[in-house]
Design a protein. Structure first.
Length: 171
């Protein structure tokens, strides 16, 4: 049993060494000249989209382009640019796609206006359908204005036509 325990301990040690170093490699340490730049950096990389990953921000992505963009954001912060200037710089290079919340302007009007418009159309359609179903229900629940004698004549005529058609089929 002793050799088996030693073997398991050695295997566990190898696994910890192999995967422990990989876990440490994923942590990015960014140094700034001023402590307030760190907060601005964190908020910016959360607001900016990775151009390659599309559904991840720069903070969550590990693609090479996102690493480069995080380094660029850090360099622009150190140069003293404002958040708005940094976003404008990145938009000029990557278009407004890089922003998770693009500004409302003529090129993004459809993006911002279409969802409320579709919601309004959907609610209006539900209202119209509901109103029509109430009209149909109300008209079908009204008593018939046809006299009972007239109804009896219609039933007799239908039965007679059915009887005639079945007689002709037998021939």
């Amino acid at each position: 049993m002793n050799s088996r325990s030693n073997l398991m301990a050695a295997l566990l040690f190898c696994l910890l060494c192999a995967f422990g170093s990989a876990a440490q490699a994923g942590i990015e340490v960014v140094e700034f000249s001023q402590p307030e730049l760190r907060d601005r950096y964190q908020s910016l990389i959360v607001e900016l989209r990775c151009p390659k990953c599309q559904n991840q921000n720069l903070a969550d992505s590990n693609s090479p382009i996102s690493i480069d963009l995080r380094n660029e954001v850090r360099a622009l912060l150190e140069k003293g640019l404002s958040d708005k200037e940094i976003k404008a710089e990145l938009v000029s290079r990557y278009s407004e796609f890089i922003l998770y919340r693009p500004e409302v302007n003529s090129s993004t009007a459809v993006l911002w206006g279409l969802p409320p418009l579709l919601l309004f159309i959907g609610i209006a359609m539900l209202f119209v359908i509901r109103r029509r179903s109430k009209v149909v229900t109300a008209s079908s629940s009204e008593p018939s204005k046809t006299s009972p004698e007239e109804l009896q004549r219609q039933v007799d005529a239908l039965l007679e036509s059915q009887k005639n058609s079945s007689i002709e089929e037998k021939k």
